[in-house]
Design a protein around this ligand. Sequence first.
Ligand SMILES: NC(=O)c1ccc[n+]([C@@H]2O[C@H](COP(=O)([O-])OP(=O)(O)OC[C@H]3O[C@@H](n4cnc5c(N)ncnc54)[C@H](O)[C@@H]3O)[C@@H](O)[C@H]2O)c1
Length: 246
Amino acid sequence: MTDRVAIVTGAAQGIGRGIAHRLDALGHRLVLLDRDAGALTEAAATLSRPATAIDLDVADPDAVSEAIGRVARDHGRIDILINNAGISPAHGGRSVAVEDIALDEWDRVMAVNLTGSFLTCRAVLPVMKAGGWGRIVNFSSMGGRMRSLLSGAHYAATKAGIIGFTRVLAGQVARDGITANCIAPGRIDTPQSRSFGGDETFLAQLPAGRLGAVEDIAGGVEYLVSDAAAYVTGTVLDINGGHYMP
Ligand SMILES: NC(=O)c1ccc[n+]([C@@H]2O[C@H](COP(=O)([O-])OP(=O)(O)OC[C@H]3O[C@@H](n4cnc5c(N)ncnc54)[C@H](O)[C@@H]3O)[C@@H](O)[C@H]2O)c1
């Protein structure tokens, strides 16, 4: 089925923008959330149908609850939630030492990557339950699945934590027709990953021999939000060109 109402966070650039394009191509009605108002308007304008674009910080509880309430009122339902917004502070392309992580930075990474996903899930669940159908995709990372030379401990903690959060959620809502899964991308070519540099060393170790494209991630989202994935819940889909094989 197409013409579902789909919310994508962090949709102004990178992976989120690619996901929005894929869901738009599939015929869904898009709601784009991002803190970058200018890039968000530009991203919404590139879709084939009018989209709702709301600039907000996903870590702001009032803004999230107001935005989701507005989407529910305007569209009458919410079917798909993609929690893609995330930050990974760059520290010269290396994993920052734990003793060098400032508390402010730690708190901000927790707030955006973990609390942000909790806030959007909490807000959409009553609407999805009322509709008897829902698809939630949360964003983990290879950095939350294995030791990474790039990720800081704060980033890794949020990306491992989102997997535990998603499992509990999936168990709670399975009988409401709602699935909740994670995607854990490897290194994908986006503005965030470009800020880390060091591609040659990484590519030499990577079975696929290339960085991932946003379309590789969009393909995973397309499957997880489809009717074909109705019996897939509480899982982590690793999309990483063979770098991590659990
Ligand atoms: N690119 C990679 O290699 C890679 C690898 C593993 C996981 N991921 C994860 O995939 C997701 C997307 O990554 P990306 O590379 O496209 O990132 P990106 O930095 O290129 O884009 C992230 C988008 O999220 C928005 N955003 C950030 N904080 C926000 C907030 N507080 N509120 C609202 N919007 C906010 C940004 O404005 C931006 O548009 C993230 O969760 C990231 O951790 C990416």
